[in-house]
Design a protein around this ligand. Structure first.
Ligand code: GLU
Length: 419
């Protein structure tokens, strides 16, 4: 990962690019480029050895014009205030692209969770939930998993909130375990929308995806599920995958499930014995493949690396994996980029289904979840293409932001300002 680009500045640039195609005043645009509020707090928690751990944590509520703030909470040593602000803004436009009734938010704790015991992580999560309590609620702000968080953390947040509020409110967070009110299909939803976006993209270009070569950067929940579904449901060949330890490659195609099983056992993909060679992440990102799926963190590809990218199509499973400079280079080089705010929107879309099910106290079958998800992603894809073709947007990212910004702007204009 390069650290050249500030993700918040990247977000603002992406919104400004779209604003050229939207009738929006300079003042209103300021509103859509900046968070409404950001909580910054320092969680003080007793560690297992009796010492005190102090952890900086944030929650950014970027925009609530279309509904409750919505977005995950990540645990990572690289979390910064600007990163959380950017991620919360991306959520606003993501929810608008797939047209679900939410605004955008995001949270994070500056922590390397691998250094802490489960009991410590529980105390840290509950301490954060106490700080978040006045801000969240099923109609206010609805957290979810993100990097290094999952069902376990969401269950702790839900339990802390419900205990302190003396209520039952499963819709206060999404991404919960099924027994705690989670939805079927939520765990694989982000990987599924990545697969669906790849399918639609290849069909748009009249290209066969069956037999296409694919490289996936990042092999956590999103990357590994995307790899499995692209292989199993589309018949493409996943030839290379990576994680922070490095990349494994087999030009004949890897078995995504076997790599995942190996990673679960050993902690990384490196050393997987079914590969013909191993190399670094930059080599994976510049491999000559039909489809590249960055599924790790922001800024994976900057302007310099973009010059060496050999893929024809990029589908962004991570949030913000390409810098604006990379976008410019890839556009010149005719590499098609399908943006994060569409491709990884499956996670928040199924979070929305979870929230609907929670409110109805009624649960859907996995088939229903996957059908509704497919409908949302395909409609959003078609809307983006329509905008791209009719307004001559420079690339698919700007087209996606044009669709989204229009929706956020309309919601704002319909309700007006108060006081
Ligand atoms: N963290 C995921 C994202 O970046 C999911 C958010 C959610 O489900 O609210 O889209």
């Amino acid at each position: 990962m390069t650290d050249a680009a500030n993700p918040f500045e990247s977000l603002q640039e992406q919104i400004e690019d779209a604003a050229e195609y939207v009738e929006v005043s300079a003042d209103a645009l300021e509103r859509f480029k900046n968070p409404e509020r950001v909580l910054e707090t320092n969680l003080s928690v007793e560690l297992d050895d009796g010492s005190l751990g102090v952890f900086r944590a944030y929650r950014s509520q970027f925009n609530g014009d279309r509904g409750p703030y919505k977005g995950g909470i990540r645990y990572h040593p690289g979390v910064t205030r600007d990163e959380v602000k950017a991620l919360s803004g991306w959520m606003v436009y993501k929810c608008a692209v797939v047209d679900i009734p939410y605004g955008g938010g995001k949270g994070g704790i500056v922590i390397d969770p691998r250094q802490y015991s489960a009991a410590e992580l529980e105390r840290i999560t509950r301490a954060f939930a106490v700080e978040l309590r006045p801000l969240i609620g099923e109609d206010r702000d609805v957290p979810a998993p993100d990097v290094n968080t999952g069902q376990r953390e969401m269950n702790w947040i839900k339990d802390t909130y419900e205990t302190l509020e003396n209520t039952t409110e499963p819709g206060v967070v999404t991404g919960k375990a099924i027994e705690s009110g989670g939805s079927r299909g939520r765990v694989e939803a982000t990987g599924r929308s990545t697969m669906l976006t790849a399918r639609e993209a290849f069909s748009y270009f009249d290209r066969e995806i069956e037999g296409a070569s694919v490289a996936v950067q990042g092999y956590g929940n999103v990357g590994s599920v995307a790899a499995r579904l692209i292989d199993a449901e589309l018949g493409a060949d996943v030839v290379a995958v990576s994680d922070s330890s490095g990349a494994v490659h087999d030009p004949e195609g890897l078995d995504p499930d076997a790599v995942k099983a190996f990673k679960n056992e050993t902690g990384s993909v490196s050393g997987y014995d079914g590969a013909t060679e191993e190399f670094g992440n930059d080599e994976l990102l510049t491999l000559d493949v039909d489809l590249l799926v960055p599924a790790a963190l922001e800024n994976a590809i900057d302007g310099d690396l973009a010059r060496d990218v050999e893929a024809d199509v990029i589908v962004e499973a991570a949030n913000g994996p390409l810098t604006p400079a990379a976008d410019d280079v890839l556009r010149e080089r005719d590499v098609a980029v399908f943006p994060d705010i569409l491709a990884n929107a499956g996670g928040v879309t199924v979070s929305y289904f979870e929230w609907v099910q929670n409110r109805q106290r009624f649960s859907w079958t996995k088939e229903r979840v996957n059908e509704e998800l497919e409908r949302h992603i395909v409609e959003a894809f078609d809307g983006l293409i329509d905008c791209y073709e009719s307004y001559g947007a420079p690339n698919f990212r700007t087209a996606a932001y044009v669709v989204a910004l229009r929706r956020v702007l309309s919601a704002y204009e319909e309700s007006g300002s108060w006081p």
